[in-house]
Design a protein around this ligand. Structure first.
Ligand code: AMP
Length: 464
């Protein structure tokens, strides 16, 4: 792939009022995905962009989108002057909220309106904003269709469709909803597809719904950033939590994102860490929206050290660059390893990802190695025989520092345990009518993101 020479925002042909918002945010230069995608989007091209959260992908589609909508910007109060012209679909409520916050941020100085709709809260609370009219609508697929059915909105004037984290939308079973939505949109439109990975399914989706898309990549397919040091520690399942606790303590890590495969494991692990005296919380599908956002805010503000997350719950979270990600359990889907690791080492910052691998997970590790086309060195951290949940202070021999290096896995091979099936992974993300109302849209939207602890995108001066 040819290297682009660094360009400035001013060279991207964006309106001064949009550039002003970019400056307000403290961005100095476009990120690689922005430098590549913005000119293509402005030229009216469909794009299929491979970019993970943290690459600046939201601005990569929002800035040119706002530029293209500028001729329609209007201060008129009439809803008829504000039809939905751009639709941004996101797989999760958290991502939808974050994307809409970005749209608001970047449109601060132009009279374009936006709102967000997602499931899990009373649909009626979302109606007034739609009725007033918005140019940009951010939505999760299920809730969007609910609004279509309730005739709260019309999609026949949509000029630009953006599918954000399209791979996750497919993983979460949104394909039928996507197809229904696509059937409601004008055929003449621009479509921008963003995905962290390009699976065969994603390529099929693009073939079906995009017109001659330009492929935009900022990293090679299914690769992890070279700035991330990846380690594999062979640890029996029973010792994992004490190894993790020691790891966090010995490094004095301020923020650690820990991944488990199931929500049950996430909750249990967060409680176990708390018993070890490490401030921790879990974020998964059994927690309501308010609890999830509370845990995330506490993590961002540095009030908790360890955030334990399942893959789906962590998806789309705008967690600023983290120094350390721990795979407490390997993901059953190798591509999720790439997503998890993408939480650290962003935009040139150095990061570390440590996977605690039990012999039952060897098969998953091999899958990951196959995907990444590399073989990891297996290390064995020192573990004492102390009972795994002991609350007493740990002997020095508990240090997770690896003491031996071997390239072969010596643990007795056994069949991978079938992990307790987590139904939440299979069901669509947003229950609609039967979901208790958790809080109002206004209260969710008024949440101010906490001050980030870690540096972002290589430590640029960013206000968030
Ligand atoms: P995203 O990948 O869209 O989730 O963006 C990740 C973070 O990068 C967000 O907090 C943005 O505010 C920030 N960001 C986006 N573009 C830039 C830029 N050009 N320079 C610095 N930070 C940026």
């Amino acid at each position: 792939m040819e290297e682009l020479k660094p360009i400035t925002f001013a060279e991207l042909n964006l309106d001064p009022q949009i550039l002003r918002a970019v400056e307000d945010e403290g961005y100095t230069v476009p990120t690689p995905i922005q430098a590549k995608a913005i000119p293509l989007v402005l030229a009216g091209r469909d794009i299929m962009a491979m970019a993970q959260t943290g690459t600046g992908k939201t601005a990569a589609f929002t800035l040119p989108l706002l530029q293209m909508l500028l001729p329609h910007a209007s201060t008129s109060a009439s809803p008829a002057r504000h039809p939905i012209r751009a639709l941004i679909l996101a797989p999760t409520r958290e991502l939808a909220i974050q994307v809409e916050e970005s749209v608001e941020t970047y449109s601060a100085h132009v009279p374009l309106r936006s709102t967000v709709v997602f499931g899990g809260i009373d649909i009626k609370t979302q109606k007034p904003a739609l009725m007033k009219g918005v140019e940009v609508l951010v939505a999760t697929p299920g809730r969007l269709l609910d609004h279509v059915e309730s005739r709260n909105l019309q999609l026949n004037q949509v000029q630009v469709l953006i599918l954000d984290e399209a791979d996750r939308m497919l993983d979460m079973g949104f394909m039928p909803d996507l197809k229904r939505i696509l059937a409601l949109l004008p055929k003449q439109r621009q479509t921008l597809l963003f995905s962290a990975t390009f699976s065969e399914e994603i390529k099929k989706l693009a073939q079906e719904f995009l017109r001659n898309p330009e492929v935009v990549e900022v990293a090679r397919r299914n690769t992890t950033a070279e700035t991330v040091k990846q380690s594999i520690y062979l640890v029996d399942q029973t010792h994992k939590h004490s190894v993790l606790a020691d790891l966090i303590r010995s490094r004095g890590a301020a923020q650690v994102l820990v991944f488990t495969r199931t929500k049950i494991a996430a909750g249990k692990l967060a409680r176990a860490l708390e018993r070890e005296g490490i401030l921790a919380d879990a974020i998964h599908g059994d927690k309501n929206q308010q609890e999830r956002l509370k845990a995330l805010d506490a993590f961002k503000e540095g009030k908790i050290t360890a955030l334990v997350a399942t893959d789906v719950a962590a998806r789309g979270l705008d967690i600023d660059d983290l120094p350390l990600v721990v795979n407490y359990e390997l993901p059953s889907n190798a591509e999720d390893y790439v997503h998890r690791i993408g939480r650290t080492g962003r935009a040139g910052a150095s990061g570390e990802a440590i996977s605690l691998v039990d012999s039952a997970e060897e098969k998953m590790l091999l899958e990951i190695e196959k995907l990444l086309k590399r073989t990891f060195e297996r290390e064995r951290p020192e573990v004492s025989n102390a009972p795994p949940r002991s609350q007493s202070s740990r002997p020095a021999s508990h240090s997770p520092r690896p003491i031996s290096h071997s390239t072969t896995h010596t643990a007795t091979p056994r069949e991978p345990k079938k992990s307790a099936k987590d139904d939440w992974f299979d069901k669509p993300y947003e229950p609609t009518s039967n979901t208790p109302v958790i809080e109002t849209q206004a209260s969710l939207m008024s949440r101010k993101p906490g001050k980030p602890v870690a540096a972002l995108l290589g430590g640029l001066g960013v206000k968030r």
